[in-house]
Design a binder for this molecule. Structure first.
Ligand code: PLP
Length: 398
């Protein structure tokens, strides 16, 4: 019997009932705009910001229209402007170089290791070329953040973390997003909490927080924020910070607040699924799983593995055979951008760069989502299918 998996890799869980109720309450009163509040009422967005600051331990938090907008806002608030180089990961998602482009900056790519994190040796060489590193914890893999921060601090390079896949994760006990100048998160459907679209920016830096709030489109209503610096800080920036509208609204905030309260349990549920798949594919000949460092508290909302130095035809064959059995794998090495994935050489608005060692790793990099609608049994079946199909292609080529 050839098992076939019939679940959907893009189906997240429904919005929890208490979040639906909170959303309906907002719809009933009609005050969806974040600053449309009754006397004495903070509003869902302001409450959400206060709760997210508490959750992450940040002094300041801003909810915003998307994860990508959080990043471009953080870059602009940190002073990145036209023609400024910005160091960033060569292995990331298109909105990351896109956020650099949004402020007129120029991406300078840093290589990826076989552990799927930024190559700190390559970073050390390139640090003198920029004042800011936009560090993307792509697919939830955290690099040695202690070494990264030591390198960047010594070079005077400020770090903005892209935590789209690391909400709930930590390195050495410090939450992701709390290592550098600012952390940016996404609340888009495929991330760790789901409001359709949305994002957060967190920081301890008063000046950056005030600028980001002005940039997000606060008008002069910044005193309505509950996780913001004092009015005197806004006095310093309010005349020369543009309003680049990108606010969060009360409806999405209402949906997010109950989800944040469940985040830890959700992360545990992801990791249980991740471990089943990881154990099921480990030891498959020709396949390398990605080791997870002891200091890393990760959130396994997706899983990656390498088919190192395989030919493109053989990898395409594995993808094809897995797809025929209902297992949807993504291939970051594919030359032509498809769906949500694209490779750095297809971001042609940025100056072309060559990173041959990263190319070699990306060529064999396979990725799979693990939505919480999958049961542990589903995960075991998926792993069996991957193991069998990788094994079949590997044997045929031997
Ligand atoms: C999704 C994602 C973003 C951007 O988030 P949006 O909310 O979709 O704008 C940024 N970085 C990474 C790595 C992502 O996966």
């Amino acid at each position: 019997m050839r098992d076939v998996f019939t679940g959907s890799f893009t189906q997240q869980e429904p919005i929890p009932e208490d979040a639906i109720e909170a959303a309906v309450a907002v719809l009933r009163h009609g005050r969806l705009h974040r600053y449309n509040t009754l006397p004495g009422e903070a509003g869902e967005v302001a409450e959400l910001e206060r709760e997210f600051a508490a959750l992450t331990g940040a002094r300041f938090a801003l909810a915003i229209a998307s994860g990508g907008h959080a990043i471009s806002t953080a870059l602009r608030a940190a002073g990145v402007g036209p023609a400024d180089p910005v160091l960033t990961n060569v292995f990331t998602l298109a909105p990351v170089p896109g956020a650099i482009a949004a402020v007129g900056g120029v991406p300078v790519y840093v290589g990826v290791t076989e552990g799927l994190v930024i190559d700190l040796d390559d970073l050390a060489v390139k640090l003198p070329r920029a004042k800011v590193l936009l560090l993307s914890h792509m697919r939830g893999h955290l690099c040695d953040m202690d070494r990264l921060m030591a390198l960047c601090d010594a070079a005077g390079v400020r770090v903005i973390e892209d935590c789209a896949h690391t909400m709930g994760a930590a390195w050495n006990g410090t939450p992701s997003g709390r290592h550098g100048l600012a952390g940016c998160f996404s609340t888009q459907t495929y991330k760790h909490v789901n409001s359709g679209e949305g994002g957060f920016l967190i920081t301890d830096d008063e000046d950056l927080a005030a600028r980001a709030i002005m940039l997000s489109g606060s008008y002069m209503l910044y005193d309505r924020h509950l996780a913001a610096p004092g009015a005197e800080v806004f006095e310093q920036v309010k005349y020369d910070t543009p309003n680049i509208s990108g606010r969060m609204d009360n409806l999405r905030a209402a949906i997010l607040r109950p989800q944040l309260r469940r985040l830890e349990a959700q992360c545990a549920a992801w990791n249980a699924r991740y471990r089943v798949v990881e154990a099921g594919i480990a030891g498959t000949p020709g396949l390398a799983t990605i080791p997870r460092p002891e200091q890393e508290r990760y959130v396994g909302s997706s899983i990656q593995f390498l088919l190192p130095d395989w030919s493109e035809d053989d990898i395409a064959e594995v993808l094809h055979r897995c797809a025929a059995r209902g297992v949807e794998l993504k291939w970051f090495g594919e030359a032509e951008p498809r769906g949500f994935t694209s490779r750095y050489d297809s971001w042609r608005y940025a100056p072309a760069q060559r990173l041959p060692e990263s190319d070699r790793i990306l060529r064999g990099l396979i990725d799979m989502r693990l939505p919480l609608t999958f049961t542990l049994e589903d995960c075991a079946l998926i792993a069996r299918i991957i193991r069998a199909e990788v094994g079949a292609v590997w044997q045929a080529r031997a």
